[in-house]
Ligand binder design. Structure first.
Ligand SMILES: *[C@@H]1O[C@H](CO)[C@@H](O)[C@H](O)[C@H]1NC(C)=O
Ligand SMILES: *[C@@H]1O[C@H](CO)[C@@H](O)[C@H](O)[C@H]1NC(C)=O
Ligand SMILES: *[C@@H]1O[C@H](CO)[C@@H](O)[C@H](O)[C@H]1NC(C)=O
Ligand SMILES: *[C@@H]1O[C@H](CO)[C@@H](O)[C@H](O)[C@H]1NC(C)=O
Ligand SMILES: *[C@@H]1O[C@H](CO)[C@@H](O)[C@H](O)[C@H]1NC(C)=O
Ligand SMILES: *[C@@H]1O[C@H](CO)[C@@H](O)[C@H](O)[C@H]1NC(C)=O
Length: 558
């Protein structure tokens, strides 16, 4: 079900100034009570199953503080909130010696500002182990016992010192508030488009996933692609005269105030809850104290890579329940999921990619992979014959004649959180997937998450459904097409728009949505979380290179 129930409860409006080329200002009043339940496009049986899987399961379950309530835009937590300074961890069953390959557990005890233990779960932690220089690192997995205690599970991958690093990203009350905001403010960003007339006149209007139904609007939705998109209809120009797409932060800010207005002391509380510092402009994951800070690990006779007994990298293999999908050693990622390969020289890349056509589709975190191949492997520069093609939006195309390799990039379209997108260059991904010829030489790499964290999850789910149907149709037509879905990675940013909490929930949706489809989930979450340069929306080249090599491991498993 699309979130009609939630969205119907909304009733806020805004005033949008529309500046025309002739210089006067039109003021449009928009109110946006709800999105109309759209008549559902006929879906395949399989798609219906996926839909039910996602929506009836506990996929997005997150424990809620039992006494928290929002009344009249004020959060009442009832019980005191979790305080990072008082929260500690300790090692379970300390042993006299540890060996590479061992599993270790750490217990986290959440406490409030008075040092009193918390009695419920829902705090969001990120955990990892690192060598003192940070060159060796691995993520861990957190189990929430919903009683104020958490188990962080780790595996030991290297000999020597292993330091624990446990960080509180959001206290449970912060997660609660983020989930609440997500429900009352399903659209936390808004956009505008400019329309251009033949005689040089222009108008700019607001656009979003949906608008108030009684506003005259241009509908750019496409049911089968899972895209819902509309702009306020310009007063004098036709819907077909839309030329660009851009995010409007000022208008978004205004809108958010209307849908979730907070008095200043509450704003302060939110900032401290979600550990976001407006001035420094980042999310701060607060490191928790504990004992021991580190343990010493002895090597084993059998090297870890041998004892892992990994299968070759092939699509459709399940993710093991191991506490991490791999580990770092000196900027080289070793996957624990499958036997990932490394490609030390350009020739190794060309050998793997000979006669292949790679389609990168989605957001900039996927474009980074495309650009790594183009700039660092093909050794060409960005050049577009058409000046309206920008680096951000593309579409891009690069060829390596000697190895008959073709690379393409296409952006996923609205709700792209950028400006200056020429709408003629936007093609919805499901259509793009359907247009691929397919077969063993065709590889599609989809990355779509970062621009959806400021919207209700259902908007993301709807889009993924369209993509899933297009993939199923392509695989029906050409079963040996290689399809890869790259997950979200860790980042910093304004929590309300970009929290890792939202992205980590979206990764669960991706896994659920493609659970029975023969595609590869290129899981890069632990990879960015554990690297010493973690938490940058656009990871550094050393990280991107390992992401590309992991991708190539699936294209050329041996
Ligand atoms: C770690 O904790 C989990 C969950 O509590 C448990 O299943 C597992 O056996 C523990 N592992 C070790 C090595 O103690
Ligand atoms: C340009 O065209 C629009 C729409 O057709 C019209 O409303 C407007 O008056 C025209 N402007 C000029 C300067 O001719
Ligand atoms: C493990 O290493 C420690 C030093 O860190 C050493 O004292 C101990 O004897 C080693 N144990 C084994 C079983 O190798
Ligand atoms: C180049 O690769 C494509 C598949 O991507 C293939 O169809 C074509 O035959 C190849 N051309 C040559 C000359 O090998
Ligand atoms: C990449 O291209 C530049 C300029 O075309 C050239 O100077 C350089 O040697 C090339 N690098 C490699 C590794 O081929
Ligand atoms: C948008 O792209 C089209 C096709 O490439 C081009 O003709 C047009 O001039 C571009 N519009 C703008 C505003 O750059």
């Amino acid at each position: 079900m699309f979130p009609t129930r939630l969205l119907r409860s909304l009733r806020y409006c805004l005033v949008l100034a529309v500046i025309t080329a002739t210089g006067y200002v039109i003021v449009a009043h928009l109110s946006r009570p709800y999105i109309q339940q759209r008549s559902q496009h006929k879906v395949s049986e399989e798609q219906t199953i996926a839909e039910n899987n996602v929506l009836t399961s506990d996929t997005l379950y997150w424990p809620k503080p039992p006494t928290a309530l929002v009344i009249g835009n004020k959060l009442w937590t009832g019980l005191p909130i979790t305080e990072a300074k008082e929260t500690t961890y300790s090692l379970d069953n300390p042993k006299t010696s540890y060996h590479v390959g061992d599993f270790v557990n750490v217990t986290i005890v959440a406490r409030d500002k008075d040092g009193q233990p918390k009695i419920h779960g829902g705090d969001y932690f990120q955990v990892r182990v690192q060598s003192p220089d940070g060159d060796s690192a691995a993520a861990g997995q957190v189990i929430d016992h919903d009683n104020g205690k958490y188990t962080a599970q780790f595996r030991l991958f290297w000999a020597g010192e292993v330091k624990f690093n446990i960080r509180l990203v959001h206290p449970s009350e912060g997660c609660y508030l983020l989930n609440y905001m997500w429900e009352v403010c399903p659209l936390r960003l808004t956009f505008t488009s400019t329309f251009m007339g033949n005689n040089g006149s222009s108008e700019t209007t607001e656009c979003n996933v949906f608008l108030d139904e009684d506003v005259d609007q241009c509908d750019y939705s496409d049911q089968s692609s899972g895209v819902s998109w509309a702009c306020v209809k310009p007063k004098t120009l036709p819907c077909s005269s839309r030329v660009d797409h851009k995010v409007d932060y000022d208008l978004s800010h205004h809108l958010n105030k209307l849908c979730f207005f907070l008095p200043s002391e509450q704003r302060h509380m939110i900032s401290s809850l979600v550990t976001y510092d407006e001035e420094k402009g980042g999310t701060f994951k607060k490191t928790i104290k504990g004992r021991p800070g580190s343990i010493n690990v002895n090597s084993t006779y059998v090297p870890i890579k041998v004892s892992l007994r990994r299968p070759p990298c092939e699509s459709g293999i399940p993710t093991p329940s191991a506490p991490t999908t791999g580990f770092w050693h000196q900027d080289v990622w070793t996957s624990t999921v499958c036997k990932n390969r490394h490609f030390p020289r350009r020739e190794h890349y060309f050998k793997c990619l000979e006669n292949k056509e790679l389609y990168f589709m989605g957001d900039s975190t996927g474009r980074q992979l495309y650009e790594f191949l183009v700039f660092s492997i093909l050794n060409t520069t960005f050049s577009a014959v058409d000046p309206s093609i920008t680096r951000r939006a593309g579409p891009h195309y690069a060829v390596h004649k000697a190895s008959n390799l073709t690379l393409r990039f296409r952006v996923h379209g609205p709700p792209l959180r950028t400006g200056g997108i020429n709408v003629t260059h936007i093609n919805y991904l499901a259509d793009e997937i359907s247009s691929v010829r397919g077969g063993p030489d065709y590889v599609i790499i989809i990355t779509m998450w970062a621009h959806f964290t400021s919207f209700h999850y259902d908007i993301y789910i709807q889009r993924l459904r369209g993509i899933r149907t297009a993939i199923l149709n392509l695989l029906y037509r050409k079963p040996d097409t290689i399809i890869v879905f790259k997950t979200a990675s860790t980042r910093t940013g304004v929590p309300r728009l970009s929290s890792d909490f939202f992205s980590s929930q979206m990764n669960k949706i991706i896994r659920k949505m493609f659970a029975n489809v023969k595609i590869t989930i290129l899981d890069v979450w632990d990879l960015t979380l554990s690297h010493k340069n973690e938490d940058i929306i656009h990871p550094k080249q050393v990280i991107v290179r390992q992401e590309v090599e992991l991708l190539l491991s699936y294209i050329c498993p041996s």
